[in-house]
Design a protein around this ligand. Structure first.
Ligand SMILES: Cc1ncc(COP(=O)(O)O)c(C=O)c1O
Length: 416
């Protein structure tokens, strides 16, 4: 659902050629060619990312910000260079607004513990939505228990969209934080976060966008969104695990205390007291995930070389095709039929547990996710224990969708 400039000017992707950049896509599982449709859980890695990590360990490994020697200087330059690349990727105003984390989960916990725990008062309200991943629910529950704040959640419509009239009612004079997912991992819904943020900012509410799923699929411009915080994970944007990004508005980061203490986050230390480094170092205590950050840099470079508009245009076409084909299978019910969707197709097959659907598909070499997708409130809302989720990346093909559909017909015949 990336807004492509136009169908005429967006170059078509050469998907078959791009697939060759991903060594794992050429492998077989259970004797069948791998059809990898679990991209919302984690994406596969192009050779350039694998080589960047391997090259770092093989030829450049050193700790950063600490040594005067050649390798340490090189590693420091590479690490800080990725911060600049991430700032451009998100259109942040400065690299100082980019904090490296372990992933989306850690970014949200950082905001909850550093900003919310130190500012919320009993009775203050945190507004989330009914389609959040657990990592945008539980950190707020922890901070609510610590501060006496109260959590409210925007309900969902039957299509899996946010009830925006309810959202407006739930924004009150006590709301202090709005934390909302950009693109739902369980439903595929793209939320109107820009509009929601503008409503929140009229009331001086701090806003956080969970961008775990949007960063790989939608263009993200934090200045246009006007959000205060935006979190995403490296492993979902074709980079390594163990690294993520928290964008924070400079004025807010500057006012936040550290949430972890250790090396690299201080200005001065005596045995009695310490003073803090300026952001982002203030929030990066200890030796960071240097190789993973370098891998993330290679991943973002790769995504940009493919072209975000072209990726979006192809994924939109592929999702439309998959939605139509999967819905044709007898007994399939789609969960999540929002008007604005990207990359995720969640469904149940009448009379068959999603885990059994997943097992039959696995036998065909098709990797999907079957479960609650760390979004149990979504399952509760739709009255299902779990769903089957096919989630796409730009390297997926129509032929792979056809394999999925053949697998689903087999599910029907096995369990009929
Ligand atoms: C929407 C959403 N938010 C947050 C997360 C958590 O990401 P991570 O486990 O990489 O921290 C995920 C992961 O699936 C997600 O899909």
């Amino acid at each position: 659902m990336i807004a492509a400039p136009s169908a005429v000017t967006t170059p078509a992707l050469d998907v078959e050629r791009l697939r060759e950049d991903f060594p794992i896509l050429g492998r077989h599982v259970r004797g069948k060619p791998l059809v990898y449709l679990d991209n919302a859980a984690t994406s596969q890695k192009p050779r350039s990312v694998i080589e960047a990590v391997s090259r770092f360990y093989g030829a450049e490994n050193a700790n950063i910000h600490r040594g005067v020697h050649y390798l340490s200087e090189r590693a420091t330059l590479a690490y800080d260079g990725v911060r600049e690349r991430v700032a451009r990727f998100l259109n942040a105003t400065s690299p100082a607004e980019i904090v490296f984390t372990r992933g989306t989960t850690e970014g949200i916990n950082l905001v909850a513990q550093s900003r919310a725990r130190t500012t919320l008062k009993p009775g203050d309200e945190i507004l989330i939505t009914g389609m959040e991943h657990h990592s945008n629910i539980v950190p707020w529950q922890l901070v609510a228990a610590q501060t006496g704040a109260v959590i409210h959640a925007v309900p969902l419509t039957d299509a899996g969209e946010l009830d925006l009239a309810a959202f407006d009612r739930l924004l009150t004079d006590r709301t202090r934080v709005l934390a909302v997912v950009h693109l739902s991992n369980a439903l595929g819904t793209i939320n109107p976060v820009r509009w929601m943020i503008s409503r929140a900012r009229e009331r001086g509410i701090v806003t956080l966008v969970d961008g775990a799923q949007s960063a790989p699929h939608l263009p993200v411009d934090v200045q246009a969104l006007d959000c205060d915080f935006f979190a995403f994970s490296g492993h979902k944007v074709f980079g390594p695990t163990g690294v993520g990004v928290l964008y924070g508005r400079a004025s807010l980061l500057a006012a936040m205390p550290p949430w972890q203490g250790g090396g690299d986050m201080i200005e001065t230390v005596t045995l009695e007291r310490s003073t803090w480094a300026a952001p982002p170092a203030r929030f990066e205590a200890g030796t960071p995930m240097i190789a993973q950050v370098i891998g993330l840099g290679a991943a973002l470079e790769y995504v940009e070389s493919v072209g975000r508009a072209a990726i979006g245009a192809w994924e939109e076409e592929l999702l439309a095709y998959a939605t139509e084909r999967v819905a044709e299978v007898e007994g399939v019910r789609l969960i999540g039929t929002a008007r604005e969707k990207a990359s995720v197709l969640s469904f149940v097959v009448e009379g068959v547990h999603p885990h059994d659907v997943g097992a039959v598909l696995d036998d065909e070499g098709v990797a999907v996710r079957a479960g609650h997708h760390c979004a149990q409130p979504v399952m509760q809302r739709f009255g299902v224990p779990a769903t089957v989720r096919a989630s796409f990346a730009f390297y997926n093909t129509r032929a792979e969708v056809d394999t999925l559909v053949r697998g689903l017909r087999r599910v029907r015949s096995v369990f009929a």
